[in-house]
Design a protein around this ligand. Structure first.
Ligand code: SF4
Length: 233
């Protein structure tokens, strides 16, 4: 199976009743405000090349960002902040992301999340997180020949990602590594067909962090550049 096959199965997923209801309700209610475009309202697949060396992981798509446009971190302020820094770090062809036809290309980097549907208040339940886990495990399996580093945005994403990485064939040290901005842990392979994986932590690009200056553009660019260099980009 290719990543494209995985993505086309993923966008049909309806495994979480609460999230299916929410993503479709938002799409119905907001469609009028965005009349010129199709409001996605479905699972949002990862975005970026199938031979990525760096994987950037959030938590879940935003209701009016990815859930609206169908592309990760596209169409909201969090995405504007992320892609501007990726452009600065040489990982994106342009600093803006408005809609899937905007010409944005990512270089050696893919952006994804452990939960693929927008949750109410940006908070998936534990069950939803566990139900969605296999999609990212499969994505990591398909990326495993090339992926060398994973950059996680935020503590919730970090907590959600550790079991995914374990399920996808890497060893999680005990005690579990703690999230922090600038955290860097190397995970040993747990299977013969895996190679060591560098895990980086970074504050999330939500407005709570970016408006308050907790996360500045240069802080994000620094971590991105570090992760990219470690991944060989
Ligand atoms: Fe399916 Fe994941 Fe969406 Fe749940 S969150 S419906 S498992 S894609």
């Amino acid at each position: 199976e290719t990543l494209a096959d995985l993505d086309s199965r993923l966008v049909e997923c309806r495994a979480c009743p609460r999230l299916v209801a929410w993503r479709e309700q938002v799409a119905r209610e907001k469609r009028a405000a965005f009349r010129d475009e199709v409001y996605w309202g479905r699972p949002v697949p990862g975005f970026g090349p199938a031979d990525a060396a760096l994987l950037i992981v959030g938590l879940a798509p935003a209701a009016h960002g990815g859930n609206r446009t169908g592309r990760m971190f596209t169409g909201d302020r969090s995405g504007d902040f992320l892609y501007a820094a990726m452009y600065e770090a040489g990982l994106a062809s342009q600093p803006t992301a408005t809609h899937p036809g905007d010409g944005l290309e990512l270089y050696g980097t893919r952006v994804t999340s452990p939960v693929h549907c927008a949750p109410p208040a940006n908070k998936p339940t534990i069950i939803e997180r566990d139900t969605c886990r296999h999609w990212l495990e499969e994505e990591l399996g398909l990326l495993s020949p090339t992926v060398r580093a994973v950059l996680v945005l935020g503590g919730f994403g970090w907590q959600a990602l550790l079991p995914v990485l374990s399920g996808a064939g890497w060893e999680i040290p005990v005690p579990r590594p703690k999230f922090g901005h600038g955290a860097h842990v190397t995970l040993a392979p747990g299977r013969a067909d895996r190679r060591p994986l560098h895990l980086f932590g970074c504050y999330h690009v939500s407005q709570q962090n970016t408006f308050t200056g907790r996360l500045t553009p240069s802080m994000l660019t620094t971590v991105l550049t570090d992760a990219a260099r470690t991944a060989g980009l």
